[in-house]
Design a protein around this ligand. Structure first.
Ligand code: DQA
Length: 144
């Protein structure tokens, strides 16, 4: 079983980007930690990060027939992207939206997600653990 892990814009800068909000772990380190959990669960991960909306749409479309589910941190596109929302709907794969920070405790505009309604659920505010919880959630969904 393969799970697609998608990270949106500016998450390539994790480690140095607003560490008081997003912590000091790099995306490489987060992915390495996820690989440890994936091994435990017996699933394979495919990682994708892009700062470009259309590339994220392409990656989601390419997951059809290849991956069984999606863990996605759409970053700023959470709050703006109809295209990413439609791509998730189009591929009919279960998806879990995750955020490092608690988007509900920040600026007003971060409280609204265009993506969450087409996901099984949203996990926000647990740092690295948001990714781990997201992977566990999708694993449980796929294992009924
Ligand atoms: C984020 C929250 C978003 O509002 C923000 O634009 C990000 C990161 C998070 O993981 O907390 O880039 O998705």
């Amino acid at each position: 079983m393969k799970i697609l892990v998608v990270n949106g814009p500016n998450l390539n800068l994790l480690g140095t980007r607003e560490p008081e909000v997003y912590g000091t772990l790099t995306l490489e380190k987060i992915n390495a930690e996820l690989e440890i959990l994936a091994k435990e669960l017996g699933v394979e991960l495919e990682f994708f990060q892009s700062n470009v909306e259309g590339e994220i749409v392409n990656a989601i479309q390419a997951a059809r027939g290849v991956c069984s589910g999606i863990v996605i941190n759409p970053a700023a596109y959470t709050h703006t992207s109809v295209a990413i929302r439609d791509a998730i709907s189009a591929v009919s794969l279960p998806a879990v939206e995750i955020h490092i920070s608690n988007v509900h405790a920040r600026e007003e505009f971060r409280k609204n997600s265009l993506i969450a309604p087409v996901c099984v659920g949203q996990i926000a505010g647990f740092g690295l653990n948001s990714y781990r919880l997201g992977l566990r959630a999708i694993f449980d969904i796929l294992n009924g």
